[in-house]
Design a protein around this ligand. Structure first.
Ligand code: UD1
Length: 352
């Protein structure tokens, strides 16, 4: 049995690591392909070392581009690699352009595809990731879901139940494994009490009016609770273009995985438009205010600590007031977010 994993962007790395680790304990050959969608040291290399991922066997070096350019370039460069390695199964992760590009290539080469983190739906097709999720799930042969809503979405779309495996949340596997290291990170240089912010969604940062209104709201938040803000490269560029004064906020470079876990765990509240961070805060029991009007991870709202505030400044400020008064939303951890999702995937693959 030969499994080829394909990863490309920051949120893929913590999802692939536990699966690679779990398969490593079995007599299964593994190949790791990095598309190079994310290429900066602090967006990629540091994640490989902290997550103890093996060095990629192949790096396609695609870099940035428009969605079509990036997707097409990954397909063009991955096809000969898939031909050469001829794996028995290809595992793709999450919902980034690397995920859908690899799935398209493999489906044409008749290579079986396993999609890790299948079935999530925001029902918002203006989000590029939603298109990536729908297409990847349509093409996948094994659909590994993190939660019940994933199964339900797939069944409604006509995916046969025999292809769906509810395995739990692989990203939480990485969190559980590395939380003890995060707890040892220094607190020096950070405020005692703070709001942790991340922002990179095109709908929030590419539109000048939206970005300006979010930054103004964050400056207002900063009056009552210090804002710590590791800035994604695309967001840094957009803030520079806009020229809004943000020097009172505590801006950081994109933060390595373990340090970012520590920042989340110690935050009074997290304000984000990320997908994965909604899940991590739910696991950690930290209040999360999501700057989106929908989520593909509804379980974080129904059972977790997540509140959708969209782009509504008043809602953000009033939810922040709840946090400051100790009345933030409490939550529980969804079933199967237990640190063993990677092992469940390995077991299913070993039985193929
Ligand atoms: C991608 C994913 C998104 C995920 C995010 C996490 C898609 C469609 N989007 O968005 O789902 O939440 O990763 O970070 O795949 N850049 C750098 N260095 C890098 C990578 C990117 O400077 O290492 C800059 C480039 O200017 C690039 C921009 O960031 O054009 C955007 O990168 P891209 O990979 O296109 O999408 P992300 O916004 O990172």
């Amino acid at each position: 049995m030969h499994v080829l994993h394909i990863v490309g962007a920051r949120p893929n790395f913590m999802k692939a690591a536990p699966v690679i680790r779990a398969l490593g304990g079995r007599t299964i050959k593994q190949t790791l392909v990095h598309t190079g969608q994310h290429y900066d040291q602090n967006m990629s290399d540091v994640f490989f070392s902290q997550l103890e991922l093996p060095a990629p066997d192949v790096n396609l070096g695609v870099g940035s581009g428009s969605h079509a350019q990036q997707t097409a370039e990954i397909m063009r460069r991955f096809e000969p690699v898939a031909h050469e390695y001829r794996p028995d199964v290809v595992l793709v992760y999450g919902d980034v352009n690397s995920t859908v590009a690899a799935a398209l290539v493999c489906s044409k080469l008749l290579l079986p595809i396993g999609h890790v983190e299948a079935g999530l739906r925001s029902f918002d097709r203006t989000m590029p990731e939603e298109i990536n999720r729908i297409v990847t799930d349509r093409l996948a042969d094994l659909l590994f879901t993190p939660s019940e809503d994933g199964d339900e979405n797939l069944l409604k779309e006509g995916v046969p139940a025999t292809k769906i495996y509810r395995v739990g949340n692989v990203m939480i596997d990485s969190l559980i494994r590395l939380l003890p290291s995060a707890m040892r990170c220094s607190r020096n240089g950070f405020p005692d009490r703070y709001a942790l912010v991340t922002l990179h969604r095109p709908s929030n940062v590419d539109d000048t009016a939206s970005l300006k209104s979010i930054l103004d709201a964050l400056c207002e938040v900063n009056e009552s609770l210090s804002v710590v803000f590791p800035v994604h490269p695309r967001t840094r560029q957009r803030i520079a273009d806009l020229g809004t004064k943000v020097e009172r906020l505590h801006l950081l470079e994109p933060t390595p995985y373990i340090e970012f876990l520590a920042l989340q765990q110690r935050a009074a509240v997290v304000i984000t438009d990320s997908g994965g961070i909604q899940e991590e805060t739910t696991y950690l029991g930290v209040p999360c205010l999501t700057l989106r009007s929908n989520t593909e991870r509804p379980v974080t709202v129904t059972v977790g600590t997540n509140v959708l505030v969209g782009q509504d400044r008043d809602k953000l400020i009033s939810e922040l007031g709840n946090v400051l008064e100790g009345k933030a939303k409490k939550g529980t951890v969804p079933p199967l977010w237990d640190g063993h999702a990677g092992e469940r995937i390995a077991e299913i693959i070993a039985q193929l």
